[in-house]
Design a protein around this ligand. Structure first.
Ligand SMILES: [Fe+2]
Length: 381
């Protein structure tokens, strides 16, 4: 790859900020953008990110979706076999987050994957240790994740060469320490969000597998949007029911375009219910996030800002509805983007340590507030 630097990137992916600011692109002989100064000794070089400026996709079409969790045996006999003497399941908090060891995700049968979807829906975020997904061929990984929905192609983020369905999180060990880049203008790296909520069918069951990371730091924090909803008074909940929020991908696309990055698919905006029901658990959760939510339909600007600001604060400041996940070699975290928000933490010095992970992002149903009441107001389109 040529080392010709063409642009300093201020923001390449607001959906998964993960500290990846101030990228320096380089262009290879085929016109693909990569990262200048990329790790030449990366443990998984075929997962290093590239961006193809010539890659463009038509708008996503709506697809039929039935959550695999609906097919699952609630006893979870395939995910947690009684014969598995290595199995360890530990709650991270009483209501949200679980850590599992002794289960190899790559070996799950179709029924086991259905049960995984159910288990993740029930627990919000599940941490699996000592996994071998990162050693599987990328085509195999995409086939695996397609069990949970259509693999989403991210409009702006880096992807392995030839595999735009893989979303990469990458911070090179050759980059300056965060103190010299991001923290020059910010006091915190926390950026709560649910992934790509601007899509008409945002992701549900979602996987992130670590490839490389600092010895300490780079944790991911998750907040339980279901419990956040439960904390609200019945009176306030009633005020929120029926409200719809605009989610926008425009700023993310503009940031990428302005910085010389790619926009694979023109940005979209969609209204989603502020409260969404989970198709498997039937439980309700807040569905707002500061990265992509813009305003509540029908309210005046200040009214919308006040309510959304309160809900953002509730999620961000309530340590009693959150879990913090530390990454170890081989860790794969599976979470349900429909009932949680998350943020990476950039708290380590960038130089000398890379942070590299890949995300599998199957798309789920179009969010709805209540299965018994149609909220498919055609004006939302
Ligand atoms: Fe994310």
């Amino acid at each position: 790859m040529s080392t010709t630097q063409i642009q300093s990137i201020q923001s390449i992916d607001a959906s998964s900020f993960h500290g990846d600011k101030a990228k320096i692109y380089s262009r290879d002989a085929n016109g693909l953008l990569g990262l200048a100064g990329e790790d030449t000794d990366a443990a998984y070089p075929h997962f290093l990110p590239v961006w193809d400026p010539n890659e463009h996709y038509e708008p996503l079409t709506e697809i039929e979706f039935s959550d695999p969790g609906l097919r699952a045996d609630p006893a979870l006999p395939n995910l947690f076999s009684k014969l598995n003497t290595d199995l360890r399941v530990k709650s991270l908090t009483p209501k949200f987050g679980t850590e599992v060891s002794g289960v190899q995700l790559s070996e799950l049968t179709s029924e086991g994957k259905d049960e995984l979807a159910l288990f993740v829906a029930q627990h919000g975020v599940v941490v699996f240790r000592e996994q071998d997904l990162r050693d599987k061929p990328i085509d195999w990984l995409l086939e695996y994740s397609s069990h949970f929905g259509r693999n989403h192609i991210h409009p702006t983020s880096g992807a392995p060469r030839g595999h735009p369905e893989i979303h990469l999180v990458y911070r090179s060990k050759t980059e300056d320490a965060a103190e010299n880049t991001f923290f020059k203008d910010h006091v915190s790296s926390v950026a709560w969000h649910s992934d790509v909520t601007y899509e008409k069918q945002p992701p549900g069951t979602t996987f992130l597998a670590i490839l490389d990371g600092p010895e300490s730091g780079g944790d991911t924090i998750f907040a339980d949007t279901e419990e956040a909803f439960n904390r609200l008074s019945e009176t306030f909940r009633q005020r929120l029911l029926g409200l719809e929020v605009l989610h926008s991908g425009v700023a993310q696309a503009d940031a990428s375009r302005n910085a010389g990055g790619v926009v694979r698919r023109e940005p979209v905006e969609n209204f989603h219910p502020l409260i969404r029901e989970h198709p498997v658990t039937k439980k309700k959760a807040l569905y707002v996030n500061q990265q992509f939510s813009r305003y509540i339909k029908g309210l005046k600007r200040e009214e919308s800002d006040a309510i959304l600001g309160f809900l953002y604060d509730l999620l961000a400041k309530s340590a009693d509805i959150q879990v913090r996940v530390s990454w170890e070699s081989g860790t794969v975290v599976v979470w349900d983007n429909r009932r949680s928000v998350h943020s990476a933490l950039v708290d380590w010095s960038g130089a000398g340590s890379s942070r590299h992970a890949f995300r599998l992002t199957p798309q789920a149903e179009r969010p709805y507030e209540d299965a018994t009441v149609s909220c498919r107001d055609i004006s939302r389109d």
